[in-house]
Design a protein around this ligand. Structure first.
Ligand code: COA
Length: 381
């Protein structure tokens, strides 16, 4: 038998078949179930995209209405979850809170059902529906505010902004928030999605799979680059300081946050759509500080990388942090929001994993000691 190939970090290894997401990294294209991210962002609500990911096709009007009703009904946080948010250790990160809430939610469904191949997660939907409510409530309690009950007449994104601020968001801002969730809903076999599939492959529950995925996303190599982009903007301070800042950073071999991507070798299509949102928000608020600085960073960085013959383009995180700041969202909520959006993709992958499931069981290349004689405790030096 041939020796199995070894690829550190499973790089380049095809571990499963999937019909959910297609990425053409060279061309900078992204598709969910065959639909381009441009079309989905232009024409669909986050709920519609969630339906697409879970059922493999776009819903007709009746199906969308029924699905939407279920999602909206799932937004409310029951009192024990509100208490959990209030009493969670104040130093804990909201990603740890999200993991715990998901684990807790599993107590609200019948275990025999949610352990089986045909679990009822497609119809309970509370995991996807409640994450934005948890994030908004976490921030409200932290700021000394009260719980704001969800509204069913608002989109998924607009309702999040409403629950966060207690005020109905401006329609354009609610619309942009909903689209930001769509842009983050799915992205192929990344580390958190793979985690969710590994857990699903053991025939564990959707709840365990999603809480594990949240744990994987929490890591600084996966979620969180947009938080660092915002910190970079703070550090640079103003447009005139961009060039020296970038030159110094590159001279110190520092990576510029929000630039480059493992898969995209062209501009991330989500970054293009996000830039449009940032332009709209900057115009509306009469404040183009972030837009101007990001534009300058991109052009100086491109010039420097072209000098080295290494074209590297912005990814979605380059722009998303500035968009979130302009929507009134604090940086600590950026990665939790990513999780809230990605819950739809994770659930789609978990359900797909269960079809013709095979337990994931890779092997390690053993590099330890050769077998040796055992030494009794009293004889060890
Ligand atoms: N800033 C400066 N240089 C960068 C860079 C960045 N953001 N991204 C890549 N490069 C350089 C590397 O230093 C490397 O140079 P070298 O050949 O002289 O060593 C070259 O470009 C290739 O980079 P590499 O690390 O092989 O690319 P990758 O595809 O493995 O890495 C990332 C992709 C995302 C890990 C990397 O681009 C990065 O760290 N980006 C910043 C963090 C970020 O925005 N993450 C969010 C991703 S969605």
């Amino acid at each position: 038998m041939d020796k199995p190939a070894y690829a550190k970090g499973l790089e380049g290894v095809i571990a499963a078949e999937s019909q959910i997401c297609q990425i053409d990294g060279e061309a900078g294209e992204l598709y969910y179930m065959g639909y381009s991210i441009e079309d989905l962002a232009a024409h669909c609500s986050y709920e519609e995209v969630t339906y697409l990911l879970l059922y493999g096709e776009l819903p007709d009007k009746d199906r969308l209405e029924c699905f939407s009703r279920k999602m909206k009904a799932g937004r409310e946080l029951v009192p024990p979850i509100r208490d959990m948010i209030r009493n969670f250790p104040s130093d804990a990160h909201p990603m740890e809170l999200l993991q715990s809430v998901i684990a807790y939610l599993s107590g609200y469904v019948e275990h025999k059902i949610h352990h089986s191949d045909t679990c009822n997660c497609r119809s309970t939907l509370h995991q996807i529906a409640q994450l934005p409510s948890v994030i908004a409530t976490y921030q409200r309690f932290k700021d000394g505010g009260d719980y704001v009950a969800p509204r069913s007449d608002l989109s998924h994104g607009a309702n999040f902004l409403y629950m966060l601020s207690g005020e109905e968001p401006d329609p354009m801002e609610g619309h942009i928030m909903d689209k930001c969730l769509t842009l983050h809903a799915e992205h192929g076999f990344n580390a958190s999605t793979f985690t969710s599939r590994v857990v699903a492959s053991t025939k564990s529950t959707c709840y365990c799979s999603i809480s594990a995925a949240i744990g994987a996303l929490y890591g600084s190599l996966h979620g969180g680059a947009n938080e660092k982009v915002v910190a970079m903007l703070d550090d640079i301070g103003e447009v005139s300081k961009v060039r020296p800042w970038i030159e110094d950073a590159l001279a110190c071999k520092q990576k510029i946050m929000g630039m480059g991507h493992r898969v995209y070798k062209a501009k991330d299509p989500r970054a293009i759509i996000m830039t449009d949102f940032l332009e709209q928000l900057s115009r509306k608020k009469g404040d183009s500080r972030y837009l101007d600085m990001l534009g300058r960073i991109e052009s100086v960085f491109r010039e420097k990388m072209e000098e080295k013959g290494k074209p590297i383009y912005p990814n979605v995180d380059f722009i998303s942090g500035a968009v979130y700041l302009m929507l009134g969202i604090k940086p600590i909520l950026f990665t939790p929001l990513f999780a809230a959006a990605r819950a739809a993709g994770w659930l789609a992958h978990i359900l797909e994993q269960r079809i013709g499931n095979r337990l994931y069981r890779p092997r390690a290349l053993y590099t330890g000691q050769k077998p040796k004689p055992f030494v009794a405790l009293e004889e060890r030096g």
